[in-house]
Design a protein around this ligand. Structure first.
Ligand code: XMP
Length: 573
């Protein structure tokens, strides 16, 4: 099938380019920026992504210079635009005025900008700029601060701005024009993806072993391998961190897969661990060890291991060579990376996003209820059961006075626990603010922006139980007792809201409180592909009622997370 390849130089939007092209029905694949030209020769066109570095900086990612000799259209975006200037002997300099955000582009007549107006809103995010175009190029667009915001030769184009983000309203039109110039046939659809994958997988001679958690991604992956006629053995591992009755339900839905109860093993390995990344590493490594052992026991030694990895798992785990680590997804721990390097792993849906995986699941004939299950993270309840290695009473954060002023007329305080967030493309690990008092959604919407005003916090939660927040932090790790409480509350909450249109509803247990020493956080979110999310706004009266019943299960306080992603992530760890 015809395709356009996206060379990834680490930009935060690199992955979006491929998604946008697929929406225009073109097969797009992301490859490392340094990929050798001969490996790219079969494509119809290339797009060079943005990136955080400077093109002349030592160690910054560089393309193979031979790519510019390939006889195909090339589009460079931001850093990619500057790479074109550097390699074809134009000039790039650090800009005296850096541009972030909205800009007005004065547009010249040219094929890339066909059907655009004379001025267009575009989205900029750069420090360096192209100061001289290479020989054979002309300027096709300028902004007030950037004379060479767009340049073109007969087949190579450079844009300083980002057509792939929604803040460039006509960006899709520009990408569409580029596609037309490549002559790439628009053959991509979920149907064609399925056909091509089946063709590719059915030619594989290896037997395949797949861990099936019962979640959407691994189940779709399993169904895909089966459809392709692969010899595939599915194994469901109970890691002791699943939701209530989860294993039972998975085995009922897929009776042919094998089952291995490794819960004691996982819980033993996690018994004194509080650090979130440490927990993730232990769980990921355990999965590899347990899978290897199970493969031996099942005489599947030497088989390929398949994973239902999807794109955000890779990007957030610093899976592309120049992106930042937000969190290590369980299928990206170092041990697994090693197996991938050795060519022992296949990941048939690794270029897709959640919304695309669901579409694929429906095409494969999986039931609607399965395909629309809420996503559940590989490390399971471990990332929703917060731990603490120490006791802390009377915690008073130095920004408490400031947060109270910013949150007024609501009361506010900073909590002693911390959670993972994603801010400015990088991981943060910071305290949340708790706001409390009488409020409606309008008041909470404005309060939810508090992390933009105060650097020491990355989340805001609203207290939906009565009284004052109880802030004593208790020494606590992952135990069966805590997991059992979390499971009970999770089941109760999710069955209470199951008719509501919510994308995902994590319930989190934190070792903070008074008599019981435990509190609960409700985290209902809306999302499309998990890269960004907003909090769902459920009726607060219902949440207050729910909170009372949750407290009766042995919980001190109940909070509702009102943080978008970014600055928070969906999960807390
Ligand atoms: P975050 O917390 O990064 O989550 O905003 C985005 C989505 O990914 C899920 N998630 C995971 N899924 N392995 C997975 O398979 C993981 O390690 C993992 N961590 C987070 C999360 O539930 C949400 O849907």
């Amino acid at each position: 099938m015809d395709r356009i390849l996206v060379l990834d130089f680490g930009g935060q939007y690199a992955h979006l380019i491929a998604n946008r092209l697929r929406r225009l029905k073109v097969l797009a694949e992301i490859v490392p920026g340094e990929t050798k030209a001969e490996k790219l020769a079969g494509a119809k066109g290339l797009i060079l992504s943005g990136g955080p570095a400077s093109v002349y900086e030592e160690g910054s990612p560089q393309p193979d210079p031979a790519i510019f000799e390939l006889k195909m259209p090339i589009l460079g975006l931001c850093y990619g635009h500057q790479l074109i200037a550097k390699y074809l002997k134009g000039k790039v300099t650090p800009g005296s005025r850096k541009e972030y955000g909205k800009a007005e582009l004065k547009v010249n007549d040219c094929t890339l900008f066909e059907d655009l107006s004379d001025t267009e809103q575009v989205w900029m995010s750069h420090g360096d700029l192209v100061e001289e175009v290479p020989e054979g190029f002309e300027i096709i667009g300028s902004t007030e601060d950037c004379k060479i915001a767009a340049m073109a030769s007969d087949r190579i184009f450079g844009l300083q701005f980002h057509p792939e983000v929604t803040h460039t309203p006509n960006g899709m039109k520009i990408l569409d024009n580029f596609i037309r110039m490549t002559g790439c046939r628009r053959e991509w659809s979920m149907h064609s993806f399925l056909k091509e994958k089946i063709h590719e997988l059915s030619r594989m001679e290896d037997d395949i072993f797949l861990l099936v958690s019962g979640g959407v991604d691994s189940t779709v992956c399993y169904a895909l391998l089966k459809k392709a006629g692969c010899t595939v053995k599915g194994l469901h591992i109970d890691n002791g961190l699943l939701r209530m009755d989860e294993s039972k339900e998975v085995l009922k839905a897929m009776p042919e897969i094998d089952f291995f109860d490794a819960s004691e093993d996982f819980l033993e390995a996690l018994k004194d661990v509080a650090n979130p990344e440490e927990k993730r590493r232990i769980i990921g490594d355990k999965f590899v060890h347990v899978a290897e052992k199970a493969m031996k026991d099942m005489n599947a030694d030497g088989w390929l291991l398949a994973q239902g990895t999807i794109y955000p798992d890779t990007i957030e785990s610093r899976g592309t060579s120049h992106s930042a680590l937000i969190k290590t997804h369980h299928n990206r721990v170092p041990l697994m990376q090693e197996l991938i390097r050795q060519g022992k792993v296949i990941e048939p849906i690794s270029q897709l996003y959640k919304d695309e995986v669901r579409e694929l699941g429906l095409k494969l004939g999986l039931p609607h209820s399965m395909v629309w299950r809420h996503p559940f993270p590989g490390p399971g309840l471990a990332v929703r059961c917060l731990c603490s290695g120490h006791e802390l009473e009377g915690f008073k954060h130095e920004d408490n006075a400031l947060i109270s002023r910013l949150a007024a007329p609501l009361k506010a305080v900073i909590a002693p626990v911390s959670s993972v967030g994603v801010q400015g493309d990088a991981r943060t690990y910071r305290h949340p603010a708790i706001v409390y008092g009488k409020a409606d959604w309008e008041a909470l919407d404005s309060i939810s922006h508090l992390p933009n005003k105060l650097g020491s916090i990355n989340r805001v939660m609203y207290m939906v139980s009565d009284g004052e927040p109880q802030l004593d932090l208790h020494r606590a790790f992952i135990t069966k007792k805590r997991l059992s409480l979390l499971r009970k509350v999770d089941k109760f909450v999710n069955s209470n809201v199951k008719d509501k249109d919510i994308w995902q509803f994590p319930v989190i247990l934190i070792p903070m409180g008074g008599d019981y020493g435990e509190s609960i956080i409700l985290r209902p979110v809306m999302s499309r592909e998990a890269m960004t999310a907003t909090y769902a706004k459920l009726p607060l009266e219902d949440m207050r009622r729910l909170a009372k019943e949750i407290q009766a299960m042995g919980v001190d306080c109940v909070y509702y997370d009102i943080t978008t992603k970014p600055p928070g992530t969906i999960e807390w760890e």
